[in-house]
Write a new protein. Structure first.
Length: 233
């Protein structure tokens, strides 16, 4: 991996410890010629891969200056769609997105450090210059939706001001648990060790570390909590 690309990943929020220990290889085939001419780069760490259908989809929409780094075997990923230029996507070691879908729009970036388990059907969507950064040790139940934007403009008719988020930034701290069908959108921050309950909506909010947030919109119902991957008494 070139120093320029390492620097770009770091600027997007990737920790050096997630890049430096791995051996990265720039993928040539089967990417089309225009992919390389336009300054795009797809790196795979040793032992990492993307499904054939995902690779094929990356070659369908002409884009430029896209940087993708995949650090693990993403055999269960359903889609990785790039919707514009200057996109940065990092999928770290031990990321498992079963039937997961990733979309990244122009000038946006998605960083999933890993380890991360999204049990089924997660949608991760960054656009309009927004960003989604997940620190290590994520547990997401099925059908989680993490999106910077609503994808369509909603405005106040009197002032013309946009009401819904545009180009928002989302950060999930270490050891975060998102319950089934949880939604995180807009400028949002989930603190370390926090839990977001099933079918809860975190929208333009900060969830404090080691707390439990539930409801729509989410509210804090417990503080000073911890959770474990093991189901123990």
């Amino acid at each position: 991996m070139t120093p320029e690309h390492r620097g770009r990943l770091r600027a997007a929020g990737v920790e050096a410890s997630a890049i430096d220990p791995l051996t990265w290889e720039l993928l040539g085939d089967p990417m089309p010629d225009w992919w390389h001419r336009n300054g795009n780069a797809l790196y795979l760490a040793e032992g990492a891969s993307l499904p054939d259908h995902v690779l094929a989809s990356l070659g369908t929409i002409p884009v430029s200056n896209v940087l993708i780094a995949v650090g693990t075997h993403m055999e269960w990923l359903t889609s990785l769609l790039i919707g514009g230029d200057f996109v940065t996507v990092f999928l770290g070691r031990e990321c498992v997105l079963t039937a997961g879908r990733i979309y990244c729009g122009a000038d946006s970036h998605i960083v999933l450090h890993g380890p991360m388990i999204a049990t089924r059907g997660a949608v991760i969507d960054a656009r309009n210059g927004g960003s989604i950064i997940a620190e290590p040790d994520q547990l997401w139940a099925s059908d989680v939706y993490v999106a910077t934007d609503d994808m369509h403009r909603l405005e106040d008719r009197r002032t013309g001001e946009r009401i819904n988020p545009f180009g928002a930034h989302i950060r999930l701290g270490k050891h975060v648990w998102l319950g089934k069908e949880a939604i995180v959108t807009g400028h949002a921050e989930i603190g370390e060790g926090a839990v977001v309950g099933m079918r809860s909506l975190v929208r333009g909010q900060k969830v404090p570390p080691h707390s439990v947030a539930v409801g729509s919109p989410a509210r804090i119902v417990r503080e000073n909590t911890s959770w474990s991957h093991g189901d123990v008494p």
